[in-house]
Ligand binder design. Structure first.
Ligand SMILES: Nc1ncnc2c1ncn2[C@@H]1O[C@H](COP(=O)(O)OP(=O)(O)OP(=O)(O)O)[C@@H](O)[C@H]1O
Length: 294
């Protein structure tokens, strides 16, 4: 692999907005390998946007270490595309001028791809190049912001809820475009989302934030194989229980794989969505110790 092995590396990362405020991120340690498509999930206010803005170099950490493509942000800015949740774009410009501005601002990298940007904006999105940004809908603005990110041909795309205001067809199309970008160019994508089915099948890595901490992080296949979904009745002594819920006359329990199956329980492999939901529902409680987190 050329370049750094890790696209994003956080070690003991702390963020607070102002000295007296509580920690939004507290002692967060995780790493996203280069070339992965990483879902960033967590309840509202968990710190996902904060983490992405730190990685984009728009905020400075209050403590700990953060490296992006091997450099302290914004050191690798030329190789990073960031799409903020608010998608700020100059309202008075036309779509075509925004894409020209993107080309201009990225001239020094020599990597700007007008065709990649135009495919997203015009071919797939059907946007009018002469339309002014202020006349576009929220979803259409999102498309322009994503067109800029694709045009940049960055090595890392940091996308803050990129699909939130897109219609289902546009979502599917743009997820496909992101997957193709990752597969063809080895681009690392870190994408926050609340839509779990969207992440299942597209992300091969996951970071879950809750209560300011990293609750879960690692390769999706390892996270799935390190959990077991139990249904049944009886004590769960010795099991590392993530969540226990009543179901009919018995219960379901998501546990970390490890100990032998307790009597009275049947085990199946959970889906990623079941794992994430269980961790989200318990995200403000104490973290269940994990072994295989990256
Ligand atoms: N500029 C700011 N000044 C003070 N506090 C802030 C600021 N930005 C965010 N916060 C606080 O930091 C915490 C994390 O916010 P953040 O936007 O990072 O969460 P999030 O996980 O992206 O949430 P959501 O899913 O709702 O978008 C929240 O408690 C929020 O109120």
């Amino acid at each position: 692999m050329s370049g750094p092995e890790w696209a994003v590396e956080a070690s003991g990362l702390v963020m607070r907005y102002g000295r007296r405020r509580a920690r939004v991120l507290d002692d967060c340690t995780f790493a996203v390998p280069a070339g992965r498509v990483c879902g960033l999930v967590g309840p509202n206010g968990a710190g996902k946007s904060t983490l992405l803005a730190l990685a984009a170099g728009l905020l400075r950490p209050s403590g700990g270490e953060l490296k992006v493509l091997g450099a302290v942000p914004p050191g690798a800015r030329a190789d990073v595309a960031y799409v903020a949740q608010s998608k700020p774009l100059p309202a008075q410009l036309t779509v075509a001028s925004v894409l020209r501005l993107g080309a201009e601002l990225n001239r020094s990298s020599g990597r700007w791809s007008a065709s990649a940007a135009e495919t997203i904006a015009y071919e797939q999105g059907g946007l009018d190049p002469k339309a002014r940004i202020r006349s576009l809908s929220g979803g259409q603005r999102t498309r322009v912001a994503l067109a800029l990110a694709f045009g940049k041909r960055a090595r890392l795309m940091l996308l803050d809820e990129p699909m939130a205001d897109l219609d289902p067809v546009a979502r599917q199309e743009l997820m496909g475009a992101l997957m193709a970008e990752a597969a063809e160019h080895g681009t690392t994508i870190v994408m926050s989302s609340h839509v779990l089915p969207e992440l299942e099948g597209t992300c091969d890595h996951l970071v879950l934030l809750g209560g300011g901490r990293v609750r879960l992080a690692g390769a999706v296949d390892e996270l799935v194989s390190s959990h077991v979904l139990l249904t049944g009745t009886g004590p769960l002594d010795g099991q590392r229980v993530v969540e226990h819920r009543p179901a009919g006359r018995g219960a379901t329990a998501l546990v970390r794989r490890g100990e032998a199956l307790p009597p009275g329980w049947d085990a199946v492999e959970p889906s990623l969505e079941e794992i994430v939901l269980a961790h989200l529902r318990t995200a403000s409680g104490p973290a269940v110790p994990e072994e295989a987190a990256v």
